[in-house]
Design a protein around this ligand. Structure first.
Ligand code: NAP
Ligand code: GDD
Length: 341
């Protein structure tokens, strides 16, 4: 039986990965940070009381900014696999808290790599790298060979993490790799990321709990995939003979505007767009009511206009390909949020 440690287990990906590894009979440890509220909604369906079920998810307190804690836990557990999914993962917020973002997203992975090295265990390490590294893209579609051009404190911190993983792999012969994941969404997506913000707000508008959806750049395009499928690719990346950095994405790109249109279409509202720039509005075609407006607060100091993956290497090396496509993802999220709201 294998043992895995997942950092960021309370997040979207961490929770799906815990589901997957428990199904595969792993002993799963999840690192959670102390919070004053009970932020375990994504893992609530799992048992984590060892007195009730000894094969439950084992939750441990820790923080990526605390190397003494990471050293102690990794030395004690000596996991076969570590998935580092913990991060200050919000691009817009990284402009507000750049130093904190660098500490957690850049130095956090370094602290784990050092702990692995010191523990002398044959631990395999997965780092949650990101398509944000391509930033102001220098080539489309983006592959493992496309040069990086990051555009935010978040992406620059993740760039350091990408390079330190590669360096430790080469310098110390560690099994360490980067999954370069394009955006992936689900009903467990944090509510401040644009997809979930849209589906929650459309559901609230339908239930007459909110009047309007306020957004920033409607023309940004993303390669949106389905999170439960992406965590399978993470696991597969640690089962290869040799560690390798691999792009995971769908090979399709869609705009925020299209996401809005599909979300409203799910509740039989057709949106028509009027005006331009900050004055642009999305209007209900039938009633003439304004349902979408621009709030410049959501613009970013530097934006990533378009991301589009070429996931051929994932197909070749992992036999992984995306199954759930854009429109279906919108529908899954809308269905879930209509039930939750
Ligand atoms: P998420 O939902 O925001 O989850 C982030 C997790 O990290 C949460 O469990 C959070 O804990 C934890 N965390 C934050 N700061 C921490 C710290 N200082 N110490 C320990 N834990 C900390 O993110 P996600 O969407 O699941 O993404 C997982 C990883 O993949 C992240 O590293 C993200 O940057 C990267 N990524 C995501 C995507 C995507 O589209 N989702 C694409 C590429 C890469 P709390 O619950 O306490 O906040
Ligand atoms: N969050 C947000 N809120 N984004 C908005 C809004 C809004 O109100 N309006 C427009 N957008 C645009 C953003 O400007 C961006 O271009 C796009 O929607 C997607 O934003 P997010 O959903 O916040 O995701 P992201 O692409 O910046 O970052 C996510 O994907 C990365 C992988 O490419 C995060 O999950 C990162 O952690 C991840 O690395």
């Amino acid at each position: 039986m294998k043992t895995a440690l997942i950092t960021g287990v309370t997040g979207q990906d961490g929770s799906y990965l815990a589901d997957l590894l428990l199904e595969k009979d792993y002993t799963v440890y999840g690192l959670r940070r102390r919070s004053s509220t009970h932020n375990i909604e994504n893992i609530q369906h799992l048992q984590f009381d060892p007195h009730v079920n000894k094969n439950s998810l084992k939750l441990l307190y820790g923080d990526l900014s605390d190397s003494s804690n990471l050293n102690r836990l990794i030395d004690k557990i000596k996991p076969d696999e570590i998935y580092n999914l913990a991060a200050q993962s919000h691009v817009r917020v990284s402009f507000d808290v750049p130093e904190y973002t660098a500490d957690v997203d850049a130095l956090g992975p370094l602290r784990i790599l050092e702990a692995i090295r010191e523990s002398n265990a044959a631990t395999r390490f997965y780092q949650a790298s990101t398509s944000e590294l391509y930033g102001d893209v220098l080539e489309t579609p983006q592959t493992e060979k496309t040069p990086f051009n990051p555009q935010s404190p978040y992406a620059i911190a993740k760039h350091y993490a990408f390079q330190i993983v590669k360096n430790y792999r080469e310098a110390y012969n560690l099994y360490a790799c980067n999954g370069i994941l394009f955006n992936h969404e689900s009903p467990r997506r944090g509510p401040t990321f644009v997809t979930r913000k849209i589906t929650v707000t459309v559901a609230r508008i339908v239930k007459k709990m909110q009047e309007r959806l306020y957004l920033g750049n409607l023309d940004a395009k993303r390669d949106w995939g389905y999170a439960p499928e992406f965590v399978e690719a993470m696991w597969q990346m640690l089962q290869q003979e040799k560690p390798e950095d691999i792009v995971i994405g769908t090979g399709e790109t869609h705009s925020v505007r299209e996401f809005v249109e599909h979300a409203f279409a799910y509740v039989n509202i057709a949106i028509v767009w009027e005006n331009q720039g900050v004055d642009e509005v999305g209007i209900d075609k039938k009633t003439g009511k304004t349902l979408v407006s621009i709030d410049p607060y959501y613009y970013r100091p530097t934006e990533v206009d378009i991301l589009l993956s070429d996931p051929s290497l994932a197909k070749k090396k992992l036999n992984w390909s995306p199954k759930t496509r854009f429109k279906e993802i919108v529908e899954i999220m809308m269905k879930s949020d209509l039930e939750k709201v």
